[in-house]
Design a protein around this ligand. Structure first.
Ligand code: URP
Ligand code: ZN
Ligand code: ZN
Length: 466
């Protein structure tokens, strides 16, 4: 089936212009004015609407065994939620335990998505151990499994976290293979010592999560990664950057020539630490790592999107139920904040929040919205111009956005599997009215009409190394 999208305002990372679009066989085949619809085409009138390239979330967790439980969504719910919010491509973190075989792990993570995901998808390969067998496994994962980004954790000691020699070998191998290393940057020892100190002082509630991993601890993690990247020459990407000193450390390294990219995530832009202080353990809904900071850090991150010192906005979607899973860290049940599963559900809300609180409030313009929520991730992770672009030959992943729609966020209406929304009651301006993946209409009039499981794995190839 082909599509003729008439008279929309097309928005890319570079420009905004009026155009008709023709999509055939899953691709964009014509862009222009006064085009003629193919005979078999479904005609969609986009008058008064914005037409965006499908949004890309470069940081989600769908299958995540973590802190004694499993994240709540599967690919059926997670990808549907993503599409309802205008996100057409997911990049998930494959996070094996230290004892798991990397090749078996990537095949397991792929099996969770295959035939179930409605979004197109790929993975960052978590390197949670580097021993004599790891280099060969990672070479196979790059050359045969089509994965060109790794993920390391400088936090979560004893779980996903790696030691410095392992970090060094991972970055050296990535440099050799022409792949990029994404990293969670927090100094794990400082976190665990600070946690012990706070617990010894009887500070057990969710409001102590942020003080246990302060901004200095994140900045140290970033500095650490920058040093290793500088020495090895590897290209790195700092995930979920939450605060001013972390961005400053990376900006300084970029000025010295370190090849580093910066991601922030929607919760850091739209929530602040006061949410973790809500009574009756409700603060646990907002426990994630690095923690959600004081408001000044969120304000700063918006400015960084505008000036280019932050490159991308993901979600770090890591959904856990409040009434069951988050209770694992409830002091009223003899537990403490270090046992609260870290993470927030947000894959559905990212673009709505960026549009409402970014574009509508004049913090970012439409080009920056597209750049940070789609195009830049496609470029960094080897998906461009297949994804992240409205160009002849690109996949027909499109979001027809109604800028006049108003509504509010609620767990009662969201598509994610969690029993709460971190943005309950938040007023929203604009919504993804029609969403297509390779020309298939997944959302119509803001309602799910998709073919569940029609997403495909995006096989990537490494950049040519010099
Ligand atoms: O709190 C978070 N961010 N949970 C998910 C795991 C991670 O660190 O990305
Ligand atoms: Zn992380
Ligand atoms: Zn994450």
């Amino acid at each position: 089936m082909s599509l003729f999208i008439r008279n929309g305002t097309v928005v890319t990372a570079e420009a905004t212009f009026m155009a008709d679009l023709i999509c055939e066989n899953g691709l964009i085949t014509a862009i222009g004015t006064e085009l003629t619809a193919p005979l078999d085409a479904e005609i969609i009138d986009a008058t008064g609407k914005l037409v965006f390239p499908g949004f890309i979330d470069p940081h989600v967790h769908i299958y995540l065994p973590f802190m004694g439980t499993y994240s709540k969504d599967d690919y059926a719910t997670g990808s549907k939620a993503a599409l309802m919010g205008g996100t057409t491509t997911l990049i998930e973190m494959c996070c094996p335990s230290r004892s798991e075989d990397p090749l078996e792990a990537i095949r397991l993570w792929k099996s969770k998505a295959e035939g179930i995901s409605s979004c197109d998808y790929t993975f960052h390969m978590g390197v949670t151990r580097f021993d004599d067998t790891t280099a060969d496994a990672l070479r196979t994962i790059v050359s045969e499994e089509g994965i060109t980004s790794f993920k390391v954790f400088l936090a979560y000691k004893g779980a996903f976290g790696i030691e410095d020699p392992e970090l060094y070998h991972t970055l050296s191998l990535a440099k050799e293979l022409g792949v990029i290393v994404t990293a969670h940057c927090e100094n794990a020892d400082l976190v665990s010592e600070t946690q012990k100190k706070l617990l010894a002082e009887g500070k057990t509630g969710p409001e102590w999560h942020e003080p246990s991993r302060p901004i200095t601890v994140e900045a140290e993690g970033c500095h650490h990664l920058m040093t290793f990247a500088e020495l090895t020459g590897a290209e790195v990407y700092v995930v979920h950057t939450s605060c001013i000193p972390a961005v400053e450390v990376i900006t300084a390294a970029r000025k010295r020539g370190v090849k580093a990219w910066v991601e922030t995530v929607a919760p850091y832009l739209t929530l602040d630490h006061s949410y973790a202080e809500l009574p009756d353990f409700e603060g646990a809904k907002y426990v994630m790592s690095p923690p959600i900071r004081a408001k000044e850090h969120g304000d700063y991150l918006w400015k960084c999107l505008a000036d280019g010192s932050v490159d991308t906005v993901g979600t770090d979607h890591a959904p856990f139920d409040f009434l069951t899973q988050k209770q694992m860290g409830n002091p009223a049940k003899g537990a403490n904040f270090t046992l609260i599963p870290n993470g927030l559900p947000s894959v559905e809300e990212r673009v709505k929040l960026l549009y409402t609180e970014g574009v509508c409030q004049g913090r970012i313009d439409l080009q920056i919205l597209v750049r940070c929520a789609s195009t830049q991730a496609a470029k960094i992770f080897g998906l461009y111009p297949r994804k992240g672009a409205i160009e002849v030959g690109s996949d027909a992943d499109l979001v027809i956005w109604d800028p006049t729609w108003t509504g509010e966020i609620s767990a009662a209406t969201h598509s994610m599997a969690t029993d709460y929304s971190a943005f309950e009651g938040r007023a929203i301006q604009g919504r993804a009215e029609t969403v297509t993946v390779r020309g298939q209409i997944m959302v119509r009039a803001g309602m799910w009409t998709g073919d569940t499981g029609s997403g495909t794995f995006l096989h990537r190839t490494p950049k040519v190394t010099s």
